[in-house]
Every structure is written in structure tokens, then in C-alpha cells.
Design a protein around this ligand. Sequence first.
Ligand SMILES: Cc1cc2nc3c(=O)[nH]c(=O)nc-3n(C[C@H](O)[C@H](O)[C@H](O)COP(=O)(O)OP(=O)(O)OC[C@H]3O[C@@H](n4cnc5c(N)ncnc54)[C@H](O)[C@@H]3O)c2cc1C
Length: 404
Amino acid sequence: MSDQVRDAVVRTQVGIVGAGPAGLTLAQLLARRGIESVIVENRSREYVEARIRAGVLEQGSVDVLTEAGVGGRLAREGLRHDGIYLQWPEERHQLNFPALCGRSVWIYGQTEVVKDLIAARLADGQELFFEVADTAVHDVESERPSITFADAGGAARRVECDVVVGADGFHGVSRDVLQSQLAESRRRTWQRDYPFAWLGILADVAPSTDELIYAWHPNGFALNSMRSPTVTRLYLQVDPAERLEDWSDDRIWDELGTRLGVPGWTLQTGPVTDRSITPMRSFVSTPMRHGRLFLAGDAAHIVPPTGAKGLNLALLDVTLLATALEAFFTDKREDLLDSYSDDALAQVWRRTHFSWWMTTMLHAHGDDFDHQLQIAQLRYVTSSEAAATSLAENYTGMPLPPER
Ligand SMILES: Cc1cc2nc3c(=O)[nH]c(=O)nc-3n(C[C@H](O)[C@H](O)[C@H](O)COP(=O)(O)OP(=O)(O)OC[C@H]3O[C@@H](n4cnc5c(N)ncnc54)[C@H](O)[C@@H]3O)c2cc1C
């Protein structure tokens, strides 16, 4: 083998495609257990760190990030929220999570989670290739699968490993590799496209609320969220065909004021620093494992953001996977790898149901009968302790089943 070819081949235990929250957290959890990994990511570090997405962490996710060694800034700067507001015209009600189910949630942007994880990985001197191209996954039915790609300089590279984890999000390559190896009878995808999208903005203004406001309104749903004491995150339900250029700042703030308004409360406005329109979809692909290829996070499932579950689910997957890989590498046990797909999917379907349920309760789309049902459901959830507890325990995250 020439020196050039040898340099192009990296040998590791776990090859990870994707440096999003799933891939980065898994790599940190593995490092803590003495298991080596290499991550390949097709975007730049700056791009990945600036991608505005989730911001609500379940207590279980905070615990996982702390175990992964990145809980310091999160503990200092994260905002603990003990509830949410549910609202419909003229009425706003608070649900108090600790009183209902003994847990809280934390506000800490996905951008910050990703920055902390990348900094920790690089500080440990662990391999992380940014700006790769042509990622491909090979030989997943063998005991020596591999990942090939062109690195940032254009050189061909190969990562040889014992296990490949596809943590490359909804548009990655891993899910297709996994599905293409399986007979039609053994693979399946479920998808629900909702007839609306979210127009999201980030604004440099202190939040007008102490906790998130989920507002049902006949014009459409609105959400008043936040990322820090000085940055507000707001969403409007819009038609998926809406164009961003048709929404001026004034139009966005006016509509937010209408949908979020209740007597005696004012929405503070400020400079908009980011805006986007995101389609709403539920998607699950099964199984989440074939041979030595495992899927984690958005690569295997997508939920609409109404339940704030996507990032949390990605962290749940990799928590299961880290435990299973530790059993595999340390004790030569394969039972947890064998049950990974079923164990993860149990969590996925619970949160898929909750995300669908929140979405269905809160998004108005033109049918007066449905609107009456939605208001009736909101009144029930805010007046019945049993119904409120059900929402609270799902929103804050059902605990993982005990480890086997
Ligand atoms: C607008 C919006 C708002 C959201 N709000 C919330 C919320 O409030 N709460 C919540 O819990 N979740 C929320 N989510 C969902 C959450 O952001 C995702 O579930 C989360 O990012 C999933 O993490 P992941 O690591 O699985 O995937 P990703 O974050 O998508 O990471 C995958 C990584 O793989 C890389 N990649 C892709 N293809 C390749 C390839 N071929 N080769 C190498 N690398 C590749 C990508 O560049 C990316 O860095 C939101 C999502 C969006 C879009």
C-alpha cells in the first residue's frame, strides 16, 4: 500500500455520518466510554453552528448533554421553564409542569448545543471532517463497513469501522443505503404532510413572556418562544405555498400581535435577524438498523415542531445507541444492538403521536366544526388535571425504560 493510500484510510470503531446534535452527542458519549469514532459532515463548522432550529430541551436531554461533558454552559445560560401557556382568543392559561408531573424543560438553542459539542470534540483532539463531499456508506452487511468521501481539499478518503451510524438528518444518504439493502417486506416508511407550514423569525428583543405561549387563533396558530433573555423566537402558521418575500416585518409583527394578543398584554417587537418557512411533516422509517448500519435522529424520523420533540428524540436515540455500543465493544454483547431499533421506535412513536396531537389541537385550517372541537379540547386540557398531566408528562419527556 502506498503512503498516500494509507493516509487516506482511517481506521476507527464507529464511523458517524453527520455532525448534527445526534452525531455529535453520540461521539461524545462514546468517547466518555473509551470508544473511538470519526465524524464526517458535509457542511462547514460555521454553517452547522449557525443553523437556527430547536430550542426546548427535556430534562432527560439536559442530563444526556451533561453526561456527554457539555453541561457547563447549558447549566449557566439555559433557562428553566416550569410550564407553558395555552391560549385561544381572549383566554390564556398556564400549565405548571412540576406541579403536574414533577419535571421541567430547558430553553437553550440548538445552535448553542452544537457549538458546545463541536468545541468539546475538537478540544479532545478527536477526528471530525467538515465540508466533505460524495459521502457513501459501504458493506453494511459485513463486519467491516466503511464510509468514503472527498475531504475539504478534494482528496478521496475512507473510514473503515466496525459500525456505521447514519446521523445525517432527513436529507442524508444513510437511510437510502439501509432501505435499499432490505426486501420490500422488511422495510417501511410512514408519512403525514400537514396542510400548513411555520413561518419562523428570530428577533433581537427581550421575550414578552416568561414561558412559551401556544396560541390557537382562527387566522392560524402562533407560538411565542425564545432563545435567551435578549432573543425572541416566534412562529406563525402559514400556507405551505406562502413566499417569504410576501411577508414584510410589519406584516409579520401585525399578524403575531393579532394571534398572540390578549387584553392587558403587549408583544414587544425588535429587529428580525433570521426568517424561514418550514413545512410540517411526520415521518418514520423502519427498521432503524440493518447489519452494521444504525440510523439515529432525523435520518430515521421527523416530527412537526409543535411538540418540541425533534432534537430530544435525536438525543434519546443516541443514548440508547451509546449504551448498546458499549455493551458490544466492552462485553461482546449484541443483544442491545439487536433490540435498538425496536427500543428506539417505541420512543419515536410515543413522541410522534404527541407531536401530531399538539399539531392537530392547535392549527386552525378552515373547518368550523374542527375549530369548535379544538377549543373544546383546549378547555379540557386547561381545566382537567388528568388531561393537563398527560400533556405535561409528554411535553417534558417520558423517562427511558430501565437499562437491561
Ligand atoms: C425550523 C425548525 C424548528 C425546530 N424546532 C424544534 C424544537 O423546538 N424542538 C425540538 O426538539 N426540535 C426542533 N426541530 C427539530 C430538530 O432541529 C431536529 O430534530 C434535529 O436537528 C435533529 O438532529 P439530527 O442530528 O438528527 O439531524 P440534523 O440536525 O439534520 O443533522 C444532520 C447532519 O448531517 C449532515 N449531513 C447530511 N447529509 C450528509 C452527508 N451526505 N454527508 C455528511 N453529512 C451530512 C447535515 O449537514 C447535518 O449537519 C426543529 C427543526 C426545524 C427545521
